[in-house]
Design a protein around this ligand. Structure first.
Ligand SMILES: [Zn+2]
Length: 411
């Protein structure tokens, strides 16, 4: 009896301790200020990461790009080994400074990051490198990115601007929040609209002959169909456009994408690079070394399928386009390459169309490849063939022939 009562007391105390500690922990938050001073004359950004709070992370490992991040400085313990910098913040305020080189030229000679006297286009997830954080349990962050730029410059980022050039960073699921996605700053022009609940902005350097309105109208017409497939589509979308010498193609990022201004909205083979990149933004999936064909195949399939659904192309033209992709796909010997492009992506898109047909006929049109794509988007991260098969089988209610060993075999 006494023992029993003692047990109850201990249980009560334990429960009380757990509750009270979780209540006090939940309130613990520290602030991260990313401050980037843009210096067009030197082609760099001077970056300052400032932490403030009663409790700070014990250890932060920055995964640097040695060609672009340099001159790291802090009064806290800092250890740099190759591309890893280990920063151990101390006290209730800690600061790390470094320099970031903005220009990045690809082997082809074109740029995927560039600064000129009038504007800059770059990715914030390169400006601020990936950071692995060791945080006490329950500690969370609130983060802002503040830009300091030449007079007459303005900024477009896929984040809420809370005051002049200061952006509140959303980074769901991350306790140490960090900005991600494209940004454009400088003398820029932009057009915006709310499309299917998505605050959409198309921005480009001023002066270039760039058709922002055409792109926005195209989004008005197709983004709602994309959002129907992916209801979790980000609430903000930034489309950055620019001409040469920027990279002649599309590149997706978090809540954002870059598209070269010379790329047509609909290509000769009737797929759309803009929709292709939108699907990458929507799914947030990547290959596991062998499954890039799934990532690229889905994006390319929807680049055509969304146009058909929005009335952009007729069923006949859609069939013709699929036949064209099928013919091109014959040239692909294997799907399981690290990077899927050209013929392999064409072959993969045709496989997606077959998967869709099979699921629709097996389910009496109650399910489609949309359920599979939504499932992958929900799980995000690295996609595997096993996971793709599992979701397709679930939607069809039976194994999907188009994903059998024979259908996917090398040839
Ligand atoms: Zn792609």
């Amino acid at each position: 009896m006494v023992l029993h009562r003692l047990n109850s007391v201990i249980l009560f105390l334990t429960v009380w301790l757990v509750i009270s500690s979780s209540v006090s922990r939940a309130a613990e938050r520290f602030d991260i200020d990313y401050i980037a001073e843009i210096k067009p004359g030197q082609g760099v950004a001077e970056v300052r990461i400032q932490l403030r709070g009663a409790e700070l992370p014990r250890k932060l490992v920055l995964h640097l790009d040695e060609d672009r991040h340099s001159d790291l400085q802090t009064t806290d313990p800092l250890e740099i080994k190759g591309d890893k910098a280990t920063w151990r913040p101390s006290g209730d305020k800690a600061t790390l400074n470094y320099q970031f080189r903005i220009d990045e030229q690809k082997a082809s000679g074109s740029y995927d990051s560039r600064i000129t006297p009038d504007w800059a286009i770059l990715r914030t997830d390169k400006l601020i490198p990936p950071i692995s954080a060791t945080l006490p349990a329950g500690l969370r962050s609130r983060a802002y990115l503040q830009l300091e730029m030449p007079k007459a410059w303005s900024a477009a980022l896929p984040y809420e601007e809370v005051s002049g050039d200061r952006f509140r960073i959303k980074d769901p699921g991350r306790r140490f929040k960090r900005p991600k996605g494209w940004m454009i700053i400088g003398k820029i022009g932009s057009r915006q609209d709310i499309i299917a609940g998505v605050s959409t902005r198309v921005a480009a350097p001023l002066g270039d002959n760039i058709r922002r309105q055409d792109a926005l109208a195209f989004l008005n017409w197709n983004l709602p169909e994309v959002v129907k497939v992916f209801p979790e589509f980000p609430e903000r979308l930034l489309v950055v456009m620019a001409g040469d010498p920027m990279w002649l193609g599309g590149l997706s990022g978090t809540r954002s994408l870059f598209m070269h201004a010379d790329r047509p909205l609909i290509s000769g083979n009737r797929t759309s690079s803009l929709i292709h990149e939108l699907v990458h933004v929507a799914t947030g999936i990547r290959g596991d070394g062998q499954s890039d064909w799934i990532v690229e195949g889905l994006a390319e399939f929807y680049a055509l399928e969304i146009l058909r659904r929005s009335g952009g192309i007729s069923d006949d033209r859609y069939q013709e386009a699929l036949e064209g992709l099928e013919e091109w796909g014959q040239k692909s010997r294997s799907l399981f390459r690290k990077r899927s492009s050209g013929a392999t992506t064409a072959r993969a898109a045709v496989i997606m169309a077959a998967v869709d047909r099979e699921i629709r006929s097996a389910s009496d049109n109650r399910a489609s490849i949309d359920d599979v794509a939504r499932g992958l988007a929900k799980e995000r991260g690295k996609v595997t063939l096993a996971q793709f098969r599992r979701l397709a089988e679930k939607a069809a209610g039976k194994p999907v022939e188009a994903l059998s060993e024979e259908s996917l075999a090398d040839r």
